[in-house]
Design a protein around this ligand. Structure first.
Ligand code: ADP
Ligand code: TPW
Ligand code: MG
Length: 564
């Protein structure tokens, strides 16, 4: 038999990985190339998948994870072995922490050498390193198991509470040959990887009975609710019951921030005074002060809708746990709801309205202040006005003060358009999230970045320029973590270079840089940059003294007992 004929009967691990991904509708890879996965990336691209090469695996991983959040399909990140894998691991852990579905595919070195610690190129026991940070971790050792391994990874990433899955591809498996017939039979198209999980009817009745007793009910929407894409059901539930709601930061826009029932501008008031709180896809973690004093009252009772049964009672006793997916659960609420079920007291609504009015006026005064240099509020007023008539634009946001101010000032009116530091408060997500939001949606993105936050992944502006992604980064340049150092002083632990020209960085890659010092120039630059649909960076110089230590979470810094 001629050797070419013989080869036609065979396929290899590289092809099988690509075939398995494509069969399951996974068409985009975010990664960094190198041994042993370069040919895998090349082949994926040749076979019609989109491949986006990043400068650092952490950014590629963040891109994959947010792609997963936006699309309800696991985002794929591809890395080399050893250090490349480890660079991607922070993103995998962040995905698991936030409940974003993602699969980290890493090539790995020779098992026999790794296990005897004989010193292979990029040697690392990757499977075991990944386990504590992943929802699940698998290794494929035989080419005929590739289809199965990919299927298990997809189901693990998507079912229940989504998360990050590690899939270890040994160099040996990638290169291994398999006859076509066996290969074809080994592929699996996953059926219903994230099945609806309707809640038990009795749990729905229990919840509605609790709600019946409420005078001051409150709904808290979290990013689980945004992820679930139950926008219509949630809107109907809120509007038909008239219960005020509070969106967690990434849940902003499920209903518009300008909705009359949105109580974000009266946050501590509603949290402190509510008698029954319905948590929908939101955890009572540090972002909600663990449900504890002084923010919360000890008598508040809870309904919690979550797909993860274990989440119940994690911080406070949950009187009415509803374990199920949000779409089915809210639907079940709507079906069982009778008009007399919910009696939102008029005083409750009026009290909230008054509080909101007061706080909105206070904010307006800060936004409209005529100060030079600009501060967080006056710069964000300019951005807020530009974005007001562009609801399609994604907003990525990180930093400390830059995050806190932008979260409160920039209104969202569409679901899943605000992407931020999330459950971990992690810096360095900005460029990866922005790239993937642009790739997955085709829409423009504005990344509102602290100058420190931007530094974690700033080199990815080359990636944005290479792929011509419509991302405008606005760097809030206050010369430091939280704020700048006094002029002439040696660098403090929180200081960064004063007057750094971040705008010049992007020009090195052919992008457009802007240097602005006042709200008017900021607004003109942002309009122009968005209009161009090309990568741009606005270096937005603000008052170096404006920020506060750790922004709104200063209280989380440990205090020495010596100073008590
Ligand atoms: P936030 O930070 O916005 O408060 P969290 O990440 O803390 O939100 O909480 C999200 C919650 O949503 C998690 O507990 C997760 O289990 C849950 N969740 C995610 N997707 C679904 C879904 N489809 N149905 C029900 N619960 C979900
Ligand atoms: C991976 C700690 C929290 S916020 C922040 C750091 C370094 C930067 C704040 O400065 P920035 O914003 O971005 O200039 P601003 O407006 O307040 O000046 N490493 C990681 N994650 C976190 N959260 C940190 C460090 C941190
Ligand atoms: Mg800063």
């Amino acid at each position: 038999m001629a050797s070419s004929e013989w080869r036609e009967e065979l396929t290899d691990g590289f092809h099988l990985v690509v075939d398995a991904l494509k069969l399951n509708g996974l068409d985009t890879i975010y990664g960094v190339a190198g041994i042993p996965i370069t040919d895998l990336a090349r082949l994926a691209q040749a076979e019609g998948m989109r491949y986006f090469g990043f400068r650092h695996e952490q950014s590629a991983g963040h891109a994959a994870s947010i792609a997963g959040y936006l699309t309800q399909k696991p985002g794929i990140c591809l890395t080399v072995s050893g250090p490349g894998f480890l660079n991607g691991l922070v993103a995998l852990a962040n995905a698991t922490t936030n409940g974003f579905p993602m699969i980290l595919l890493s090539g790995s070195s020779d098992r026999a050498i790794v296990d005897l610690q004989q010193g292979d190129y990029e040697e690392l026991d990757q499977l075991n390193a990944a386990k504590p940070f992943a929802k699940a971790a698998f290794r494929i050792n035989n080419p005929e198991d590739i289809g199965l391994g990919v299927a298990r990874a997809i189901r693990a990433a998507l079912s229940g509470r989504p998360g990050g899955v590690y899939l270890d591809l040994t160099a040996k498996v990638l290169g291994a040959a398999l006859d076509l017939e066996t290969a074809r039979k080994s592929l699996i198209k996953v059926v219903d990887p994230s099945p609806l999980q309707p809640p038990s009817p009795s749990s729905v009745i229990r919840a509605l009975n609790l709600l019946k007793k409420a005078k001051r009910p409150l709904i808290i929407l979290g990013k689980g609710a945004a992820y679930a894409q139950a926008d219509e059901e949630i809107r109907t539930f809120i509007e038909s019951t008239g219960i005020p709601f509070l969106p967690m930061s990434m849940a902003k826009g499920i209903l518009p921030d300008t909705h009359p029932l949105c109580s974000a501008a009266a946050r501590s008031h509603v949290i402190g005074q509510a008698d029954v709180v319905i948590l929908i896809g939101a955890r009572l973690n540090w972002l909600l002060s663990h449900g504890k004093k002084p923010l919360w009252s000890e008598t508040t009772q809870y309904v919690q809708i979550d797909i993860q049964a274990m989440e119940m009672d994690s911080n406070r006793p949950i009187q009415a746990p509803v374990v199920g997916d949000i779409k089915s659960s809210v639907q079940a609420f709507l079906e069982a709801l009778e008009s007399q079920n919910v009696q939102v007291s008029r005083e409750w609504l009026e009290g909230i309205a008054q509080k909101k009015q007061k706080n909105i006026e206070k904010m307006a005064a800060r936004l409209n202040a005529d100060v030079s240099p600009m501060n967080f509020s006056t710069a964000l007023r300019a951005i807020r006005e530009v974005l007001a008539d562009k609801p399609d634009v994604y907003v990525v946001n990180e930093g400390a003060n830059t995050l806190d101010f932008a979260r409160n000032i920039i209104d969202m009116s569409q679901p899943r358009k605000r992407l931020d530091t999330g459950t971990w408060g992690i810096m360095g997500i900005g460029m990866g999230y922005a790239a993937a939001a642009a790739v997955e949606s085709g829409s423009s993105v504005v990344a509102i970045e602290g100058d420190s936050a931007f530094g974690f992944d700033g080199m990815e502006i080359e990636t944005l320029c290479r792929y011509h992604l419509p991302v405008v980064s606005v760097v809030f340049n206050n010369g430091g973590i939280y704020r700048g150092d006094p002029e002439g002083s040696a660098p403090s632990p929180t200081g960064l270079l004063a007057d750094a020209r971040y705008d010049k960085l992007i020009e090195a890659f052919g992008g457009k840089g802007y240097f602005v010092r006042d709200p008017m120039s900021l607004s003109t630059a942002l309009e122009e940059a968005l209009e161009s649909r090309q990568p741009a960076l606005i270096n937005c110089v603000i008052d170096k003294t404006a920020g506060t230590e750790s922004g709104h979470i200063q209280g989380l810094n440990p205090k020495s007992a010596l100073h008590k």
